[in-house]
Ligand binder design. Sequence first.
Ligand SMILES: Nc1ncnc2c1ncn2[C@@H]1O[C@H](COP(=O)(O)OP(=O)(O)OP(=O)(O)O)[C@@H](O)[C@H]1O
Ligand SMILES: [Mg+2]
Length: 636
Amino acid sequence: MEIISTSAPTVLDVISTKELEKILVDEKLFASEEESLGRVEVLGRLDGIVKDWIKRVTMDKGISDEEQIQEANAKLFTFGSYRLGVAGPSTDIDALCVGPCYATRHDDFFGKLFRMLQETPLVEDLTPVPDARVPVIKFKFNGVSVDLLYAQLQFSVIPEELDSLQDSLLHNLDEQTVLSLNGCRVTDRILSLVPNIRNFRSTLRCLRFWAKRRGIYSNAMGFLGGINWALLVARVCQLYPNALPNVLVSRFFKIFAHWKWPNPVMLCPIQYQAMPHHVWDPRSNQRDRKHLMPIITPSYPCTNSSYNVSSTTLRIMQEEFQRAKELCEEIEAGKRTWITLFEPYHFFGSFKNYLQIHIAAKNAGDFRQWKGWVESRLRQLIHMIERDMGGVLQCRLYPGDFSENSVKSSSQCHYFMGLGRKQGVSPQDGEKFDMRLTVDEFKSHVVWMYSSWKQGMQIHVSHLRCQDIPDFVFPGGVRPPKSLNEKKRKRIEVIESTKLKKSESSTAGHSSGQKSSQTESGVALDGSHGLKSGPSVEPSTSSVSSSTSASSRPQRPAVSIETEDDNATSVSQAQNFNQVGATVAAALATGTISSFCQNESLEELEPPELTAPCFKTAFVATQKPIIKLQFSSLVK
Ligand SMILES: Nc1ncnc2c1ncn2[C@@H]1O[C@H](COP(=O)(O)OP(=O)(O)OP(=O)(O)O)[C@@H](O)[C@H]1O
Ligand SMILES: [Mg+2]
């Protein structure tokens, strides 16, 4: 593995690193002793629960031999930022329960263990996510967030000293177990591949803090998450094995501002084994070839940990790397201090137009699941808008959600997306952007693809101008004054930083604010919304309709709406059956329609069934007027 420099630190490096690390302490990025002890206690209790669980499972399998029951064992491993030693006060604990061959994921982990957790005092917000790529039970234990995965190994007894790094463990395991084990294996391998763990941790804490401040910390939204930042920092540590964090931070930006993506970042050569698990290989796999920012995990099966990165998020991150590189050069030259590197990105002052995505569900349990799903889909909305608006617009998501009340709501939240013109694309007179169909398509897609959708799970997307951003997004619910000179702005930044650090890992809403005036773009079937843009971008009105880009878009399906008095209204022409189903799904999501019965499964409407003559669906609305929809004789 090549090395760029083995230079030993200078006295100045020691001083500069102290200054840098002082910021981490001042920003309270370390868990207090009490918090750390609380986590250790939670893990101890959890370990006891899984050990108890496996004995019950053993007995339930009809094994009555006392010795075998005594021997039965399950083991808890930690991984992620907690295991890496960079957890902050509010970061979650990622844990893996390893069980023997007879303890199944479905019945025993998501069944028996889940019920035991339900009965455990101090366990709350229990959310099973069995259908995820990496199935997980999420919960809070005595206030500590835990993500618990499961690995069902081939052993009949799990040895207490099990080494999760052994590749031979992976033989004959199901894909979900391999992926679940991978978290632990990757974390431990990273720690074994960095030359100096203390310097690695300190540098990683800086980078995690910086990424959160600059609004680019979120794997789900197409930026980078904990694992990706850890791998990138580990690589820089390898290249400068003796450097202190001040140099490592600065070299990090220097290297990644100039990195020629999609060249992969790897901590070691890709490992191959005679096992069937997918290993990242752009030469043989077309999907891997499409990855824009490959950051490869270091243990078998080596995969790309940053497959969510899109051309938009990559561009944003590159701009941030470049900005930080320049700042670091000035810091090194003594022209600035480290704190300037961590200045927050002013998301709500950076765009003239925004989309607000409001999601809600009937109860806290539904909401947690619905929110997780919608959040993982939001990057799709960016893709759709950029695709449909002729490549003129570019979007930026704020990687966090907001609530209208100071206490985080358990059944609704808001996301925001900034809309701007692509650099270098000049505005045209009277240019308009009509996003109604795109937004409808997105909402439909979100509902359509979600197999666990339930009544009450809603999504609304609306357009708003910068001045209409609701107050609750601002720290303390107070909107900063419009024109600020540089000095005042700096002061506000300090206030914002204080607020931001409170929610270091995930951005929460702030105190209550007024409801903004906004344009609803997501109202079900006849909802209208358009974003009009010209040399000076104007706000849309709810009736903005035509646009040049929209004319080339497929039209809405022919849906006849029958109101109570049987006045049928044709909404538009059908393009295909998929769209009908999609429109239905959107109506369900927005709450306009509360239930429906169908004669044919909506899934059957996927191509190639587009030519099917008709399908009939009846809907009943939540509120008057009752709407019945009759889908029939759709025009192809
Ligand atoms: N995209 C991914 N590819 C490979 N492994 C992943 C991926 N996402 C998560 N993991 C594994 O799961 C672990 C926990 O993920 P998580 O998103 O909680 O990150 P983290 O490092 O714990 O950061 P945070 O403090 O934000 O929770 C990671 O450390 C990694 O081992
Ligand atoms: Mg984590």
